[in-house]
Design a protein around this ligand. Sequence first.
Ligand code: GDP
Ligand code: ZN
Length: 325
Amino acid sequence: MAKRRLSLQQRRRIGTNRERALERLDTDNPDHVSTERAGLVTARYGREADVVDPEHPEQPRQRCYLRTHLEPVVGDRVLWQSGGRRGVITAVAPRRSVLRRRDNNQVRILAANIDQVGIVIAPEPEPHANLVDRFLAAAELEGMSALILVNKCDLGSAAGRQAVDAICASHGALGYPVLRVSAHTGAGIDELRARLSGQVSIFCGQSGVGKSSLINRLFPGTDATVGALSDSGAKGRHTTTTARFYPVPGGAVIDSPGIREFGVECPDPQRLMAGFIELAPLAMQCRFRDCAHREDPGCAIVAAILRGEVDPRRLVSFHQLRTAP
Ligand code: GDP
Ligand code: ZN
């Protein structure tokens, strides 16, 4: 699937994890190794999961039981064996990236091996830059690429337009690709389709920004449920209930209710700075190693803000995420 840049450390880690997985596989299952096939998990239901052939994800899914202790999630690469109506998943490959969600103080993994996060915003409901920063930080920290998708570009002079433009300017300047699309008119959809091929992507963003509508536009004939905006303003209702998996050439788009609005969970505060690509190198230059990047003397981030080189809003986002992850 996608070509990704991995650090040496990541490659080493994947290498050793893979060796361990294969060792486990040998001991668990000495007779069946030859009959095992590679699979890609497209949905998880309790102690069962659906898999497809990773090379032909458009072909029918196979429902599988899970061998004990295995907890595959959508996007996992697995080995499975067929056996009657249900197959059995026997091993889960090491993950390149994970998306998490916090559930009552417990962090749950929702999806794995995602290459690209499509962060959908729209003039309506009005975007929150802080939420975009949260998704971006999670993408950076997991080594996923990020794409900012401005949907509803057909909408005229909505109040949210300014907010959208500000986000596009600020994040575009950081090097994040920004693509303006309209699920209604089809503007930008071909380019979006091109950007989705060869990768496993997810869309995330506030309810009501048009994620389901984009899926429907990209994959005609599918049935992502589109929720109407409620009358009481621009607050969206969100109606999709089960994870869906849409094959694209050489990849897939995964649409899961758990992921689309909340799934991208920022990891621990210590590492959070690494999720802010322009702030992280500055933080290394602060006078004090434990600089809080507030009023501290010699704070390189604050200095860069005062010189007009850094958008102060990003530091605000960092502090918000650090104190209320
Ligand atoms: P989701 O909650 O992110 O999945 O958003 P939906 O796809 O359910 O869309 C929410 C509302 O926005 C619906 O009323 C859609 O018809 C509307 N919508 C979606 N895409 C567009 C678009 O490109 N332009 C306009 N004007 N409205 C859109
Ligand atoms: Zn500092």
